[in-house]
Design a protein around this ligand. Structure first.
Ligand SMILES: C[S@@+](CC[C@H](N)C(=O)[O-])C[C@H]1O[C@@H](n2cnc3c(N)ncnc32)[C@H](O)[C@@H]1O
Length: 249
């Protein structure tokens, strides 16, 4: 069963192992007028600050919320300009109307949305937005690469397949429905960014170590697959973005 504290146990590897979000996503957020200097942002599940730094660089005033103590420590060291709060999205106190923008980067699937959506509705000012995106590490629309065939062989051996109740990472329509159905938010922009990256065996080892559903043996096998394939592989990834506007009522 995936454990939300998996990331904190691997804080150092997480920090160096996760690739950045695509530049086109940041350009879109700015183009949509969501990321302006002085905008008050609450970032939920901030991890080691992969998105936090870019929010700060855009001139945002950032409150970063992270339940993992080791990750929060890294956040504080790396981004002292951010106000770092240790807590979950469900438990952290957020003042009424205190923010213009809420952000969840590869994190919303960990939240209890029955709690978090009404809470963000209260915490956002009138006209505020909640922006959700995630890196999906694998693009099913691309032809299977030799490395992805090896990955599929590794995951096919798993015996403890848990039935999913939440939408899958690329079930964007179902995510939109889940995020809007209680009426606190309406979707205003939906987009998927496809991108590719060349990864060495050590980088695949780091990245796959951060996946909460991969065990140590499987991670070693994935890195070995990269070495068998010449030491580097091209990976195709997708980043779905959902922009939600706070309902006026
Ligand atoms: C995949 S990581 C993403 C971290 C970071 N946002 C990024 O883009 O790299 C998911 C993060 O969500 C955090 N998390 C898990 N459950 C949470 C919850 N209920 N509330 C807030 N954050 C949570 C984890 O500690 C972890 O840092």
């Amino acid at each position: 069963m995936p454990d939300p504290m998996h990331f904190d146990l691997h804080a150092e590897v997480y920090d160096r192992g996760r690739p950045d979000y695509p530049e086109a996503l940041w350009a879109r957020l700015q183009g949509l007028g969501l990321l302006n200097p002085g905008v008050r942002v609450v970032e939920l599940g901030a991890g080691s600050g992969l998105a936090t730094g870019r929010l700060l660089q855009a001139g945002a005033v950032v409150t970063a919320v992270e339940p993992g103590a080791a990750l929060a420590e890294r956040l504080r060291e790396r981004w002292p300009e951010a106000d770092v709060e240790i807590g979950t999205a469900e438990s952290v106190p957020l003042a009424v109307g205190a923010f213009d923008l809420a952000v969840a980067a590869t994190a919303v699937h960990w939240f209890d949305l029955d709690v978090v959506l009404p809470k963000l509705h209260r915490a956002l000012a009138l006209g505020g937005h909640f922006v959700v995106w995630r890196n999906a590490f694998g693009d099913p629309s691309m032809p299977l690469t030799p490395f992805r065939e090896r990955v599929a062989e590794i995951t096919a051996r798993r015996v403890d397949h848990m039935p999913r109740s939440a939408p899958g990472e690329l079930d964007t329509d179902r995510w939109v429905d889940r995020l809007t159905r209680d009426g606190h938010f309406g979707a205003t922009h939906i987009e998927e960014f496809s991108w590719s990256i060349t990864m060495r065996a050590d980088q695949i080892h780091d990245l796959f170590t951060t996946f909460s559903d991969w065990n140590v043996t499987e991670v070693d096998e994935a890195a070995q697959a990269v070495r068998d394939l010449g030491g580097a592989v091209v990976e195709h990834y997708v980043t779905p973005l959902i922009v939600l506007r706070r309902a006026t009522q």
